[in-house]
Write a protein that binds this ligand. Structure first.
Ligand code: ADP
Length: 487
């Protein structure tokens, strides 16, 4: 099958969050299975150009109709970790902002990107069976494909659209419809792109849901949450109307990057059979972070510091764990100034504590060492569409302590309460998003570590047995692609 991914992010060259990991992870799996995959991205000025191989201009003079003008673009080609990527360079400065998102005209920038990606495919005679697009930034792709480009000759592709986070929907003024060459009167209706709360606004994610052939989200639990709770952020009714084309598919983890058996970032490699060697990584982590050597568990957090991730609970957990015989290690970065200031303050306060280290920033190398060296990983999210860190932790024999939400609920099964046989239980889960909820899980986890180490060890091993690779999700997506082709 010939598949084109149209996406705002692709690791390692342009990554902000989990979406950035999903695109190459899934694309690799599809390629291994014999499919031809290409990726189309904006050519951001701030991309990691050092991670692109063989970058060349492949198409000169792509003129894209936008807002009653023709915008001059060029298209570049290069390999990112072996994947074929096309980069759309817009000569109007849309992607020369030194940042991926957060600009006042983000809706225009990405509406334009959708139009330019389709124009490029049309002009370069690309006729994939499947176009797979992601999040609000590419919501206009199926709208423009089926309402404009189909009539220009692109009759072949079917569209799969994946929702990674419903909180950001691309809600903006209705003028954008006109800017991409559509008639606002025809599209600003409740059945199509009209936003549910703002009476004159357009909702780009809604366009993606309405016009795609299939819509997926990144875990089956999150699918239920966005359909039936306020996690849908107003799109519950649209999802209800289109329920026959919805699916929840858990993201995979790239085990070429995340595997203690051959991880180049960790001091001692290990697997299920040599699990005792994990403790050499614990000692090394203590040395690196100036923690004392004592018989205590290390509780880790590796997270964006954002309200979504439960920053208030993380803060509470630090003091709870230190008061209950644990060491605590945090690696986190925040785009929010006040959260950042709060954690810098905490860091100064706890600077000399022999059992605590807070590292504020983004550090790939240290992340690997924490997964390998910690005993438990805490993820107290308010909501979590899929979540990768709990799955990575399990691969490293680190027991996750998580809140019962989204993809965390689909992957972590409580040691005491899960409706699962013992050998499938792999962590600790709490329901209530408050201090009591958090403490109820931490109390049980710490208690088991001290009092029943052999049972704790079983939890570690159970987690390592799970297969969270792209193997299953890859097959699942292929089934969807075949299904929408046959419709
Ligand atoms: P989200 O996409 O919401 O940020 P996920 O759990 O899906 O959360 O993915 C987070 C990814 O980012 C994981 O690979 C995790 O290891 C990594 N990560 C998060 N924060 C940091 C950090 N401060 N330093 C290094 N890696 C981080």
């Amino acid at each position: 099958m010939y598949i084109v991914m149209i996406t705002p992010e692709c690791a390692p060259i342009a990554k902000v969050g989990g979406l950035g990991d999903v695109v190459p992870g899934l694309s690799n799996e599809l390629s291994i299975r014999g499919n031809a995959v290409e990726i189309i991205l904006p050519k951001y000025d701030c991309m990691r150009y050092d991670r692109i191989r063989g970058l060349v201009k492949t198409y000169s003079g792509l003129w894209v109709p936008y807002h009653n003008q023709w915008i001059h673009c060029d298209v570049y080609f290069g390999f990112a970790d072996g994947l074929k990527c096309f980069f759309i360079e817009a000569h109007n400065g849309f992607f020369d902002r030194g940042t991926y998102y957060g600009q006042h005209d983000d809706p225009q920038r990405f509406a334009f990107f959708c139009k330019a990606a389709l124009e490029f495919m049309l002009k370069s005679n690309k006729h994939p069976e499947i176009i797979h697009c992601h999040d609000w930034q590419t919501g206009l792709v199926p709208v423009l494909l089926f309402e404009q480009y189909k009539y220009l000759g692109m009759t072949h592709p079917r569209v799969c659209y994946t929702l990674h986070n419903m909180q950001h929907q691309g809600v903006t003024g209705g003028h954008i419809i006109q800017q991409v060459g559509l008639d606002p009167a025809a599209y600003m209706t409740p059945e199509r792109l009209l936003d549910h709360t703002h009476p004159h606004a357009v909702n780009l994610m809604k366009g993606g849901i309405v016009f795609s052939n299939f819509v997926t989200t990144v875990s089956s639990h999150y699918l239920d949450e966005i359909r039936y709770t306020d996690q849908g952020y107003g799109l519950q009714h649209t999802l209800y109307v289109h329920e026959q084309k919805l699916g929840g598919i858990l993201n995979g983890v790239d085990y070429n990057v995340w595997n203690p058996e051959f991880d180049p970032h960790i001091p001692t490699r290990y697997n299920l059979e040599t699990l005792d060697k994990k403790y050499e990584n614990k000692t090394a982590l203590r040395h690196r972070l100036w923690l004392r050597e004592e018989y205590k568990p290390i509780i880790g957090v590796i997270s964006r510091l954002d309200a979504q991730k439960g920053v208030g609970l993380i803060r509470h957990a630090i003091f709870y764990c230190l008061a209950n015989g644990c060491q605590f290690v945090l690696l986190g970065a925040s785009a929010n100034d006040s959260i950042n200031a709060d954690f810098w303050h905490l860091r100064h306060h706890l600077n000399d504590h022999p059992d605590c280290h807070l590292e504020i920033g983004y550090d790939e190398d240290l992340a690997h060492q924490i997964y390998a060296g910690a005993d438990m990983l805490l993820i107290p999210s308010a909501y979590e569409p899929c979540g990768l860190t709990q799955m990575i932790a399990m691969k490293y024999g680190t027991v996750p302590v998580v809140r019962n939400t989204g993809g965390l609920a689909d992957t972590v099964f409580d040691a005491n309460y899960a409706h699962k046989p013992y050998h499938e239980r792999n962590g600790f889960v709490f329901n209530n998003f408050n201090h009591e909820g958090l403490e109820s899980a931490l109390h049980r986890a710490i208690g088991l570590w001290y009092q029943y180490p052999q049972y704790f060890r079983e939890l570690m091993e159970n987690g390592m047995h799970y297969d969270f690779s792209w193997n299953h999700p890859g097959q699942h997506y292929l089934n969807i692609y075949h299904h929408i082709q046959e419709e």
